[in-house]
Design a protein around this ligand. Structure first.
Ligand SMILES: [Cu+2]
Length: 340
């Protein structure tokens, strides 16, 4: 009789452990190279209680070749209505991120971005072309956010994001232009470092895992809460992205991603910017739809306490931009993440 009790008790304890282990085995886990999304995706994962993460990313984006409402055009057509045509723009961004989880459900994050922009333009006056460049650099808008995990079971997890973007980036950046006769003048909208407005960011992320594959879907909205001090507000932005990753080993995964982004036009106008001067100073030429794809790789060095390296290249598939704008070409992101 005593033995039966011991056997039953052992089975019960064993069963409980088994059930617990089984449940743990069914959790979605970040403990693999594809446990983080491709490096260009933000707020894709949550952390365990008391875990910190530091991250650094560098992004480089090139914009080149003009289009007008989806149709490719040349400079000649720009000069019919404007004095200056943009030729190309390069954006470099350094992103420093901090994440901390006060609980398994809640993760807090903040991100500091340092931006530097470079635009090459051509001025046509009385049939004479003059090429020139403008530059801007500095701190961009600081972002803070909270991620809340709604569930984690069956190798799937789902979390929401609510965040704010603080108007720390300058909207008064100046530089010399071909027309400014040596004076520094206000640069057009795309060369400014911030939005000038408090913005709210709302996002939803769904993640799933199989033995060698994983993937995710993220929906994000960035919404301006008010007009800035210069009587305009940048366009609200909506992003939908989905990725698939293949885990080649315990330390390397490869990923493919699609991304669709819709940006609204700038509302209002800065009183000091003259829309006839250059296409980028006219708010009609802002916002649009961009669809692209990304190819990436994640490296996970578990022996170095979970140090990660990631790289992703993004290329356009389709873009229909409002008015006359430079088209987005390739962009490239590399980064590292360290959890402790
Ligand atoms: Cu993290």
């Amino acid at each position: 009789m005593k033995n039966i009790f011991i056997v039953a008790f052992t089975l019960m304890i064993g069963g409980t452990f088994y059930a617990q282990e089984k449940q743990e085995n069914h959790l979605w886990s970040s403990d693999r190279p594809d446990g983080h999304a491709p490096i260009s995706v933000m707020g894709d994962h949550t952390h365990h209680k008391n875990e910190w993460m530091l991250s650094y990313r560098y992004m480089n984006m090139l914009m080149k070749d003009l289009q007008s409402d989806g149709e490719e055009i040349n400079e000649q057509m720009v000069f019919e209505n404007y004095m200056v045509a943009p030729k190309q723009m390069q954006m470099h961004m350094h992103m420093l991120g901090i994440m901390y989880a006060p609980s398994d459900k809640l993760t807090l994050m903040t991100m500091f971005n340092y931006l530097s922009n470079n635009m090459d333009l051509t001025m046509r006056m009385m049939g004479m072309d003059t090429d020139f460049s403008t530059r801007s650099s500095g701190l961009s808008d600081i972002k803070i956010a909270a991620l809340y995990q709604f569930f984690n079971k069956n190798h799937q997890t789902f979390h929401g994001k609510i965040g704010f973007s603080l108007p720390t980036g300058s909207i008064e950046t100046k530089d010399e232009t071909a027309m400014s006769e040596g004076n520094e003048v206000l640069l057009p909208y795309p060369m400014q470092l911030g939005s000038g407005s408090f913005q709210t960011e709302i996002g939803l992320t769904y993640l799933w895992q199989k033995t060698n594959f994983s993937g995710g879907v993220q929906l994000n909205g960035l919404i301006n809460l008010h007009e800035n001090t210069e009587e305009y507000q940048t366009g609200n932005q909506y992003l939908l992205t989905s990725w698939l990753a293949y885990k080649t080993s315990d330390f390397l995964s490869l990923s493919g991603r699609i991304k669709a982004m819709s940006t609204e036009r700038i509302e209002g106008k800065h009183p000091d910017l003259m829309p006839m001067m250059v296409t980028t100073a006219n708010t009609e030429n802002s916002g649009g739809i961009f669809v692209g794809y990304g190819l990436g790789a994640n490296v996970y060095l578990k022996r170095l306490k979970g140090l990660r390296l990631g790289a992703e290249i993004n290329l356009p598939l389709y873009q229909k931009l409002n008015g006359i704008q430079l088209q987005q070409q390739r962009s490239f992101t590399i980064g590292t993440q360290y959890s402790f």
